[in-house]
Structures are given as structure tokens and as C-alpha cells.
Design a protein around this ligand. Structure first.
Ligand SMILES: N[C@@H](CCC(=O)N[C@@H](CS)C(=O)NCC(=O)O)C(=O)O
Length: 270
């Protein structure tokens, strides 16, 4: 991509004015490139939140106009392996100079290390990965509530199975997952001090609240510490600025977290 494009895009997504104190300038001054579907939060949102909180300059490549090298064609080029290295299987994809990496949890950990949003200790990093991968497990199950049979088929063609799957998710899995996170939330943050995992927990809770508002209200009566964490993360200056900006794509029915009222608790169970 020509540097002209990078600079222009960096102006769109440049959160560098909020650069994290204490991180060496040389480590973070090059914009990284995120390749993710341009009209949804999806899994890419977990990465965007880490970049935004860190104040890292980045280019959300597919959101650029096609004539500037953006659009979904840009994602297709990376998936074909045109940037070299190990080809990714699916977006989100992060490119940092000549490094191309995929898998949301992997990218979040990479950006967090690069930007100083996770401690240097091996144990802390392993624990962060454990929690982040558990978030990824929940995300996969949420996806399966609206696509329980086939990723490639329309929701409308698997609605009956989706209702059954969503009921099991709401009644068994959501309380089990959120109960686990609540128990492990000992202090103000999941790992004692603020880390990138808190950002992902915020996004997970926001997504569940959007997709299943009635079930979320029911289940989170038992998880007050998680709700407080969500509010604390939303109030962080860089996160708040991002959420209020046009860079934050609203939730919609094309992403992972979809609001289909028929997949939520029936109104009578409130
Ligand atoms: N485990 C992967 C899943 C990646 C994934 O499923 N990406 C979706 C968008 S959120 C996609 O475009 N998948 C295309 C495919 O699986 O063929 C991750 O967490 O990044």
C-alpha cells in the first residue's frame, strides 16, 4: 500500500494523541494495518478496542475506499497470501510491517504487548491468553445461536434450530460463562491491573446486552462486578472517545451479536 494511503488513513483512525505514557515511541509510531469486514464490529472490534485504548495509529484498511486500496478486495488479497508469510484463514488480520497475523486472541495479545497493555511476566500473559480464549469461546457460541447449522446459509433457513440453540445458550451457557468471569474478577480488573482482557470483556458484555437484552438483564443480576467492570472500561478516556466517534460501527444484524427478539428470553419470563 502506498505510504500516501497509510498517512491519509492514519488521519482517520489516528488515536496517537492518546498514546500510552511510558511506551517507547519507536515501538509504536508505525501505523499497523487491520483487515476486517468494514460494516460490522464482529471479531475485529476486539482488536479495534485494543488499538484505540493504546492510542496506536492504525489503518482500518477495508474501510478505505476501493480506489485507495480498501474495500473487501483488500481482505481478499491478504487471504490469498499476497502479503507473504503465513496466509491467514480468516479476518481479523493484523499487519505490522512484514508480519501478517490472524486469530483475534492472538492479535489482541500481540498489540497489547507492542503497546504496553499487558505486563511482561510469563504467568500474567498466559493467564490473559486463557481468559481471552474463553471470551473467544463465548463469541463462537453466540455466533452459533443464529447460525447453528451452516455458516454459509441464511439465518432465515435455520431459524428453528437457532431458537433451540439460543435457548440453551441463554439458559445454560451464558450464566455459566458469566458466572465464571464474575468469580475470577477479584478486584477492579480481571487480572488485578488493567489489561487488554478487560477491553474484550467490555465488548463481550456490550454484545450480549445488545443481542439478548432480556436474558442479559436476568443473568447479570448475579454478576454485579462484571457490570461495574463494563462501566469502568467504558469510562476510560480513550475508550469513551472511541465509542463516541464515527469509527465505532453500531451493532447490526450482520455481525456476531445480532438482535433477533425471537432468540432472546420470551417477554413473560422477565
Ligand atoms: N477463530 C477466529 C475466527 C475467525 C472468523 O471466523 N472470522 C470470520 C469473521 S468474524 C470470517 O470472516 N470467517 C470466514 C470463514 O470462516 O470462512 C478468530 O477468532 O479470529
Amino acid at each position: 500500500m502506498p505510504s500516501r494511503v497509510v498517512h491519509r488513513a492514519a488521519a482517520i483512525c489516528d488515536a496517537s494523541r492518546h498514546r500510552t505514557a511510558g511506551v517507547k515511541e519507536a515501538d509504536v509510531s508505525d501505523p499497523v494495518r487491520l483487515y476486517y469486514w468494514p460494516t460490522i464490529q464482529g471479531r475485529g472490534e476486539f482488536v479495534r478496542l485494543v488499538l484505540e485504548e493504546a492510542g496506536a495509529p492504525y489503518v482500518d484498511v477495508a474501510r478505505l475506499p476501493a480506489k485507495q486500496g480498501g474495500g473487501t478486495a483488500a481482505i481478499a488479497r491478504v487471504l490469498r497470501g499476497e502479503l507473504g508469510g503465513l496466509a491467514p484463514f480468516a479476518p481479523p488480520i493484523l499487519v505490522d510491517r512484514d508480519l501478517v497475523i490472524a486469530q483475534t486472541a492472538n492479535i489482541c495479545a500481540y498489540v497489547a504487548k507492542r503497546q504496553g497493555l499487558i505486563g511482561k511476566g510469563v504467568a500474567t500473559r498466559a493467564r490473559a491468553a486463557q481468559l481471552q480464549l474463553t471470551v473467544a469461546d463465548v463469541v463462537a457460541e453466540v455466533h452459533d445461536t443464529h447460525h447453528p447449522i451452516a455458516v454459509s446459509e441464511y439465518y432465515e433457513d435455520q431459524k428453528r434450530e437457532a431458537k433451540l440453540r439460543a435457548r440453551s445458550f441463554r439458559e445454560e451457557r451464558m450464566p455459566k460463562f458469566l458466572g465464571y468471569f464474575e468469580r475470577e474478577l477479584a478486584h477492579d480488573h480481571l487480572l488485578g491491573a488493567f489489561t487488554y482482557v478487560d477491553l474484550s470483556m467490555f465488548q463481550l458484555l456490550e454484545g450480549l446486552a445488545y443481542a439478548f437484552p432480556r436474558a442479559f438483564a436476568r443473568v447479570t443480576k448475579k454478576t454485579p462486578k462484571l457490570l461495574a467492570l463494563r462501566d469502568r472500561v467504558a469510562a476510560r478516556p480513550n475508550v469513551a472517545a472511541y465509542l463516541a466517534s464515527p469509527r465505532r460501527i453500531p451493532f447490526n444484524e450482520m455481525g456476531i451479536f445480532r438482535r433477533y427478539p425471537e432468540l432472546d428470553d420470551p417477554p413473560s419470563t422477565r
